[in-house]
Design a protein around this ligand. Structure first.
Ligand code: DGI
Ligand code: FE
Ligand code: FE
Ligand code: FE
Length: 187
């Protein structure tokens, strides 16, 4: 699917704000792909579809998790974690996107995971640093994303864990796996 078709297909599924976020993530992901020598096309397609399932009903997402190979433990964690894995299924079902690298990047864009690929890290980081975001510590991550993708990804994962702990939220194991695995790869 080309980028224009992808944008048109995704648009009616998102709110105006979410659609604008999506376009900024795609732009940011393209820049990161260019800087770190990954496919700009795959980075942009992953970005355009990353929040595709964000507004599906909880019942529909639950059903998809139950009837596919998605890990059932997702159901014991916050429903905010479901839209990436569910989108990775829906883009194949509904649009025939079978590229596993794209599916995987979308799958793990919220939590990260162990052994993230460059494409995984590009989407994960782009979602966090796109110009519409304002998180504490964001300048440090944006600065690092100009130089070192692994370290930038680690900062995103660390900041997310800190934020979740401050809010007394449960943390999905993949979120910790991303943090631990990247720390090992950095040192
Ligand atoms: O969909 P977006 O809003 O663009 O961003 P996202 O998919 O990266 O995730 C949104 C939220 O998910 C963000 O507030 C952080 C949260 N999150 C990430 N990992 C975990 C988590 N929430 C819980 N409860 N547990 C996690 O492990
Ligand atoms: Fe998301
Ligand atoms: Fe994210
Ligand atoms: Fe997003």
């Amino acid at each position: 699917m080309n980028l224009v078709d992808a944008i048109n297909v995704v648009k009616p599924h998102l709110t105006k704000e979410r659609f604008e976020h999506t376009l900024r993530v795609a732009e940011t992901a393209r820049d990161l792909a260019n800087r770190f020598h990954e496919s700009e096309d795959k980075a942009q397609i992953s970005a355009i579809f990353h929040d595709y399932a964000k507004y599906r009903s909880l019942d529909e997402m639950k059903r998809i998790i139950k009837e596919t190979y998605l890990p059932k433990d997702l159901l014991y964690y916050h429903h905010e974690l479901w839209h990436g894995p569910v989108a990775s299924i829906l883009i194949e079902r509904e649009y025939g996107i079978t590229d596993m690298a794209i599916q995987q990047a979308i799958y793990c864009h919220t939590t990260g995971k162990a052994h993230m690929s460059n494409l995984d890290m590009i989407l994960f980081t782009a979602d966090y640093i796109e110009p519409g975001r304002s998180f504490p510590g964001l300048d440090e991550v944006r600065d690092m994303a100009n130089r070192d993708l692994l370290k930038a990804t680690w900062l995103v994962s660390r900041n997310t864990i800190n934020y979740l702990i401050m809010k007394n939220q449960r943390i999905y194991p993949d979120t910790f796996h991303a943090y631990n695995d990247i720390l090992k790869r950095i040192n």
